[in-house]
Design a protein around this ligand. Structure first.
Ligand SMILES: Cc1cc2nc3c(=O)[nH]c(=O)nc-3n(C[C@H](O)[C@H](O)[C@H](O)COP(=O)(O)OP(=O)(O)OC[C@H]3O[C@@H](n4cnc5c(N)ncnc54)[C@H](O)[C@@H]3O)c2cc1C
Length: 460
């Protein structure tokens, strides 16, 4: 027998766009977070919308029946942001995946929320333009999800994160109306900055149904270096020296020995697995400035005893180096039944203490982490293979995680640089945000979503 919800949804959406079988709903109880238990976390329905009007109608139904709406892009967030903890409707954006307009004169692109970040980058580059934010899984992660998580990536060092490229959002609000949060202009100081409030709000304040993003000119030249070291102290010293000499690569990324060996084991690209650690540095700009930066960076690498420096000679070489770095999480996932990742961040001058501290914590709890990270930002991603069914190992992992957060905060940093809070980090948010600020955040949630139907019980 059809439930009340199914009847309501069938009135506003084509039948094939409403999923209610238990197997179908169960499949949407997970995302890329460590949350593996779907008990009592099954949505009441999964819907695919194709127009803004359909989204509005679904929101109105959710209001009428007082049930949650959880937006879903590719489900790759790592903090449990998509998990339907209180049931409700999963709003899947895979059918709202069109690029609506590319304006090469204004250097803007207007897209639907289900377009992937990779597609935006590709179309921009074909037109000699550039969309820099690059979460490592950019080929699948959607722009709706990336706006909701304020995703960043390796190039954040030079170019900033998603929020720096959002010019205007069309939002379906919790009461089913549509608002526009910005303008098509590259500057806008009219009133409060609503773009910033919605970007990073994890689907808890409104539903992104259209986004206008800023593009920039494509750099004339891009080169990638991979430098290996025998001593991690030298690796980190290089990061600080490159930054203190005001050299401005687009990326300074890091892989430790475990990451190098694990990636090479499962996705061989010729990484030097006998070395202690490596830096992956991307330099972009006009040809002359790239050559100059490359020369200066190589001086610093050599002075700090880099034992091998490899250069990309063409786009394919650069892609191979990047593929190795981007494969670290999937390689790690092959070591144990589960894999977890994190994104703690500190002011750059405390990076060495963070890296060494995280390594010590993992050792103390007998966890073999693959440490990678956007170290130019002061951010590291400890990727930890764990067997959740091994109680002792799981308890150790949980304790290690708490200590990593405490370490990051003690070093003047915070618990998330780019993945967000979701469910996973919710218990720790009060350690990272002072109570007065947290209180304002809660009030903002109440203003935008008084009935608490938009992705409830996340963040706070
Ligand atoms: C292997 C791997 C590597 C990663 N590397 C990085 C990295 O380098 N940098 C980084 O920042 N992140 C990284 N991530 C995290 C993740 O990719 C990003 O958070 C991603 O951008 C989320 O996109 P998604 O489409 O999967 O969103 P989902 O996971 O589907 O959703 C994320 C959140 O957005 C909300 N949402 C989705 N669509 C909408 C919408 N239209 N309106 C409102 N809310 C919406 C959801 O409700 C949820 O709260 C990585 C993840 C993996 C698995």
């Amino acid at each position: 027998m059809l439930t009340k919800l199914e009847k309501e949804l069938n009135k506003v959406l084509p039948r094939q766009n409403v999923l209610t079988d238990i197997e179908e709903r169960y499949a949407y109880s997970f995302d890329a977070s460590e949350n593996q238990s779907a008990d009592s976390k099954i949505a009441d329905a999964v819907v695919f919308t194709e127009t803004i009007e359909e989204v509005q109608k679904v929101v109105k139904i959710a209001n009428k029946l007082n049930i949650p709406i959880i937006c879903r892009g590719a489900g790759t967030n790592t903090v449990g942001s998509c998990i339907p903890v209180a049931g409700g409707i999963i709003l899947n954006f895979s059918k709202m995946n069109k690029i609506l307009e590319l304006n090469t004169q204004n250097m803007t692109i207007k897209v639907q929320p289900g377009v992937t970040v990779g597609e935006i980058q590709n179309i921009a580059e074909k037109n000699n333009l550039f969309y820099p934010p690059d979460p490592s899984n950019l080929k699948v992660s959607t722009i709706g999800g990336s706006i909701a998580q304020n995703s960043a990536g390796a190039r954040c060092f030079k170019y900033g994160s998603t929020k720096n490229y959002v010019l205007d959002l069309k939002i379906v609000t919790a009461d089913g109306n549509v608002i526009s949060t910005g303008s098509n202009t590259v500057k806008n100081t009219v009133g409060y900055d609503l773009n910033s409030i919605f970007t990073g709000s994890e689907g808890t304040l409104g539903i992104v149904v259209e986004a206008t993003l800023k593009l920039i000119p494509k750099p004339q030249e891009t080169q990638v270096l991979m430098a290996y070291f025998d001593d991690i102290n030298n690796t980190i010293k290089c990061v600080n020296q490159i930054i203190s000499q005001k050299i401005y690569p687009s990326t300074i990324d890091f892989m430790d020995k475990n990451a190098l060996t694990t990636v090479e084991q499962f996705y061989p690209t010729g990484l030097m697995t006998d070395k202690d650690s490596a830096l992956l540095i991307e330099i972009d700009g006009d040809y002359e400035s790239v050559l100059k930066s490359k020369y200066n960076i190589c001086q610093i690498l050599t002075l700090n005893n880099a034992v091998n420096i490899q250069y990309s000679k063409n786009a394919q070489d650069a892609e191979n180096i990047w593929r190795a770095r981007r494969s670290s999480m999937s390689a790690c996932a092959k070591l144990k039944p589960n894999v977890t990742t994190d994104d703690i961040i500190v002011p750059r001058d405390n990076l060495a203490q963070l890296v060494k501290g995280v390594q010590q914590i993992c050792k103390k709890y007998n966890l073999s982490s693959c440490l990678v990270g956007h170290v130019g930002d002061g951010s590291i991603h400890p990727q930890i293979p764990v067997d959740f069914s091994d109680k002792a190992e799981y308890t150790n992992y949980k304790q290690a995680k708490i200590e990593m957060y405490e370490l990051a905060i003690a070093l003047g940093g915070t618990i998330s640089g780019e993945h967000g809070i979701g469910l996973e980090k919710k218990p720790y948010i009060s350690k990272a945000v002072e109570s007065g600020a947290l209180n304002y955040m809660r009030q903002i949630k109440k203003i935008f979503d008084p009935n608490n139907i938009l992705n409830p019980y996340k963040i706070f």
